[in-house]
Write a protein that binds this ligand. Structure first.
Ligand code: PLP
Length: 348
């Protein structure tokens, strides 16, 4: 979901952007006008997240999925060890992809509890030789989110923040590399953000394509080839909107309230349930099931009629999932809760 004011700004400027007589999609990425867009987007992001100068910000392509591989190719050799915390479907994929490229191991694994809890850090078994420790801050499908930053014991911490970046302030210096596909909580698909501590650049494995080398992208100002200019532009408008809304502290408070309300409604009913340990429930993605799955289709159909879209759970999980990204207003959550109560009454 994108903020309506951003969509309106995009619509307004679509045929004639900034008096250029063209849309932003038609200008050259090398021209002065687009360079300003690119620079402002980076400056606004740096301000929002308080990103120190010793971190590079890269605007890349290939999605978070390409980062599963790029992280391993830039920080590890084929024979080196990399640690993963497996807490759901996305960290499982990240670990599996790294396994093709280095000795990826599991420092913690929540598969045994059905990915409903993050194992206590006292039970983790990290390898001190690991080149990095990777985790997924928010499991978009399972609805499991870290409420804390893991202690990496001196090893660079790598985080996939695809579905909760910009939802709250982040203590950037705790991280080696942060990456996020833009399409969940930033902007349109096609753009991938990477925030990397500069001393971790320039270590890419020999022989890899330059398009997979962080240093090459950093040297080229994320314009090693034609970047996804439109997505970059819209992401920049989202950053401006976030600043206007009071920044990430305000977002964090809003997101906390939205999630709290929805979980309270689910927990307060015997008709709906969410199996995730309350200590690690996601503020962004709230999966829930109906007591009788035979009612799922009716629930989704009536929700759709009521203007409540995209509630079907991920195909691997079933049930329902409400995504409460930054752009979802509190009124949207209220409408969902009202609908859920009405549906429950109707089925009783
Ligand atoms: C969606 C998602 C991905 C995959 O993103 P792509 O950009 O489609 O590659 C990876 N990690 C998380 C946490 C996600 O939510």
């Amino acid at each position: 979901m994108l903020p309506l004011p951003v969509l309106e700004r995009v619509r307004e400027a679509l045929p004639d952007w900034d008096g250029s007589g063209m849309s932003v999609m038609e200008v050259s990425h090398r021209g002065r006008a687009f360079r300003q867009v690119a620079e402002r987007a980076e400056a606004d992001l740096r301000e929002l997240l308080a990103i120190p100068d010793d971190y590079a910000v890269l605007f890349l392509q290939g999605g978070a999925t390409l980062q599963f591989a790029m992280v391993a190719l830039n920080l590890a050799e084929q024979h080196s060890v990399a640690d993963y915390l497996r807490t759901g479907a996305w960290s499982k994929k990240a670990h599996a992809e790294a396994g093709r490229l280095c000795r990826a191991r599991l420092a913690a694994d929540a598969s045994a509890n059905g990915y409903t809890r993050i194992p206590p850090s006292a039970d983790w078994a990290p390898d001190p030789r690991a080149r990095y420790l990777h985790y997924t801050t928010n499991e978009t499908i399972g609805g499991v989110e870290f409420a804390f930053v893991p202690e990496a014991g001196g090893v660079p911490l790598v985080a996939d923040m695809s579905s909760d970046i910009l939802s709250r302030p982040i203590d950037i210096p705790r991280f080696g590399i942060i990456y996020a596909g833009a399409q969940k909580n930033i902007g349109p698909a096609g753009l991938t953000l990477v925030i990397a501590r500069r001393d971790l650049l320039g270590r890419a494995r020999a022989g890899i394509p330059s398009m997979l080398d962080y240093q090459a992208h950093a040297d080229a100002g994320s314009m090693l080839n034609t970047p996804p200019t439109f997505a970059w532009h819209v992401a920049g408008l989202v950053f401006q909107w976030l600043k206007e809304e009071g920044g990430l502290t305000a977002m964090a408070e809003r997101n906390r309230r939205k999630a709290h309300k929805l979980y309270a409604a689910i927990d307060g009913s015997s008709f709906y349930s969410n199996a995730v340990d309350p200590a690690c429930r996601s503020r962004m993605n709230v999966p829930f099931v109906l007591a009788d799955p035979a009612l799922d289709a009716r629930f989704l159909e009536q929700a759709d009629t009521a203007g409540l879209a995209n509630l079907k759970g991920h195909r691997s999980a079933g049930g329902m999932r409400a995504s409460l990204y930054n752009a979802m207003p509190e009124a949207g959550v209220d409408a969902l809760i009202d609908f859920m109560r009405d549906f429950e009454t109707q089925c009783a």
